[in-house]
Design a protein around this ligand. Structure first.
Ligand code: AMP
Ligand code: MN
Ligand code: MN
Ligand code: MN
Length: 281
């Protein structure tokens, strides 16, 4: 049993802690193998690796890439790649592009329902100017009393059909899997239970992911119920995928699950880190 936590976010994307504070928190919580997986960004990787080393904490490089598949957003986690690979770095930069324009449009949508200057408000929470996300809008709307917590903001304002929602074209599944794989890493489908796919669409996601070279799926994540974990353990076996485990921790105030405080992977699955043993730093 390994307390691996291979999914979390820092101020380089939409988390509230620095890579250094996350490394310290992971170590304090008993994490034995850690990866920082900022959205569409590897700018925190050198800091995270150095901070992990200072804590004596084994580290895998990480990222979480936004992909558009069957008209929905899917997240693909990459682990154990070279963070300086030029195709990966360029692909992620392109994926980040358009976030500012999207944020302006989100702000326009919110203004129509009487919420003024949300763009400027959200910017106050942004740590990386290329990575303004819905999470930063959610923090602003909670802080200004429009909603009482971030899930209420998403429910009322930031999801499909709501005034602050703006559809966005992210990377293609094939691109994200290739960037990760060609940089020497392993691609993993993040929190599969969070997508609103029909059974046919979900089958297509897993089949195409495998066909493009994807190797793993998150079975234990902060956003799966125990029933969902059982269901995706079966899916991992069905598609011959290795399994990953990660809290998806964003913030001490907002995240339900802290770093390293998840159930262990079910014993019949192959952990992704077994195949990445030579990439652990
Ligand atoms: P974006 O990449 O800008 O579309 O923002 C996506 C981020 O919003 C995710 O990575 C989560 O951190 C956050 N998020 C999405 N849905 C919810 C929700 N229902 N409640 C809280 N946070 C959410
Ligand atoms: Mn996030
Ligand atoms: Mn995600
Ligand atoms: Mn995440």
């Amino acid at each position: 049993m390994m307390n691996a936590d291979l999914h979390c976010h820092s101020v380089i994307s939409d988390g509230t802690l620095t890579p250094e504070a996350l490394a310290e928190r992971a170590k304090a919580n008993g994490v034995e193998l850690w990866a920082l997986t900022d959205h569409d960004e590897v700018g925190g990787q050198d800091r995270a690796r150095a901070a992990a080393r200072a804590q004596g904490l084994p580290y895998l490089t990480g990222t979480e890439i936004s992909v558009t598949f069957a008209h929905q957003t899917v997240h693909i986690v990459g682990l154990g790649f070279d963070p300086h690979n030029s195709a990966l770095v360029a692909g992620l930069r392109r994926t980040r592009g358009g976030r500012s324009e999207r944020a302006q449009e989100m702000s326009d949508g919110l203004a129509k329902v009487g919420i003024k200057n949300a763009y400027e408000g959200a910017l106050q929470y942004v740590g990386n100017p290329e990575l303004i996300s819905r999470t930063h809008f959610a923090r602003h709307l909670v802080e200004t009393g429009v909603c009482s917590d971030t899930s209420e903001v998403f429910r009322k304002y930031l999801t499909e059909g709501k005034p602050g929602y703006v559809p966005h074209r992210w990377a293609r599944l094939q691109e994200a899997v290739q960037w990760i794989t060609e940089a020497g890493g392993m691609a993993v489908i993040a929190h599969p239970a969070r997508y609103g796919f029909t059974p046919n669409e979900e089958y297509a996601l897993f089949s195409e992911f495998k066909a493009h070279g994807g190797r793993g799926v998150e079975v234990i994540t902060g956003s799966h119920s125990s029933q969902e974990a059982v269901r995706y353990a079966e899916t991992a076996l069905e598609f011959d995928l290795v399994a990953s485990r990660g809290s998806d921790f964003h913030s001490p105030e907002e995240s339900r699950i802290d770093l390293g405080t998840l159930p262990y992977l079910p014993g019949q699955l192959t952990p992704v880190w077994e195949l990445l043993a030579d990439r652990i730093q």
